[in-house]
Design a binder for this molecule. Sequence first.
Ligand code: GDP
Ligand code: ZN
Length: 376
Amino acid sequence: MSFSSLPSSSSPLPSSSSSHPLAGYGWDEGWEAEFAPYAEQGLLPGRVARVDRGQCDVVTPAGVVRADTEFVVPRDPMKVVCTGDWVAVDPEGGDPRYVRTLLPRRTAFVRSTSSKRSEGQILAANVDHVVVAVSLAVELDLGRVERFLALAWESGAQPVVVLTKDDLVPEPVTLAHLVEDVETTAPGVPVLTVSALHGGGLDVLTALVGGGTTVLLGQSGAGKSTLANALVGEDVMDVRAARDVDGKGRHTTTTRNLLPLPSGGVLIDTPGLRGVGLFDAESGVGQVFAEIEELAERCRFQDCAHESEPGCAVRSAVDGGDLPVRRLESYRKLLRENRWIVAKTDARLRAEIRKDWKRKGAQGRAAMEAKRGRWA
Ligand code: GDP
Ligand code: ZN
């Protein structure tokens, strides 16, 4: 197999210090090693840019190819081929060719679905950095930041918080306070400020995510598209139009989901990534609230709910002013919400929650009665 057929001028493959034609798409020694047995079979490595109706567009050293996923259809919906996956495809053949194998994922980004049979839906694979965009143009909603961070941690990727539009906060002291608020909310997470308007902070962000695969999360209006354009270095819409590799028009949107960055690395931008919710993110929630979980280890009771138990290290941190009560409430809220989502699919957990209700039933009813009494 030769890489000389690699399209150049019309190609989305950027120049890179590494010689492999897929280096700009995140190919590294690890993937090389995973792929070795398939290389021996003469298969072509590639990264999935987009999946639709049982077929996908794969960026390979020979350009973008259309491939059928028939041979890699799993029972588990979480193992369905998705944007960001590394695969082995036929080196030549019909149109479509076939995906022969899916390389094991390093990370996976999932969302809950709103359907009754709540099953996770895989949104992106092999993501290294999750950039959570938070607009400084509106009041900071730390609870929302925490929610996105839980999702990010759960995927296995490293979260980064980017406070956007910092040109709208001219006073350095105010900006410093906002950054500090987010930093205490996000242990273990770098917090940057950027402005697409004057370009400030973009170099730091570029250096941070350089080389790897990045996704952008955040509320609508947070500045994700603007940030994507700034990172990619041109208008993403133009980039998308230019990605018509074979000139037939069919691939016009081919790699729009997988955008190589000029400084190295690639940005995954899929419609599904906008507006994601929690799914089975309990360990992710734990990482967002690492300081609370650490404190909890010092509670007298192992199953302490940090309510009115004696010897509760979490409550005493709140009382001593070391832990904002907002953090504790937010932690509870996200855990509760996550339990609900998981319970939709997990019968055993559902039963457990019911048992919990029964146990707390009398207590809860009494509390409700008391409340009603107060409101009446
Ligand atoms: P998205 O919905 O998250 O993709 O957000 P957009 O990228 O569309 O941005 C929302 C709005 O914020 C747009 O009107 C942008 O022009 C504006 N915006 C984005 N970045 C900046 C910035 O750095 N400074 C200022 N002042 N406005 C920005
Ligand atoms: Zn406790």
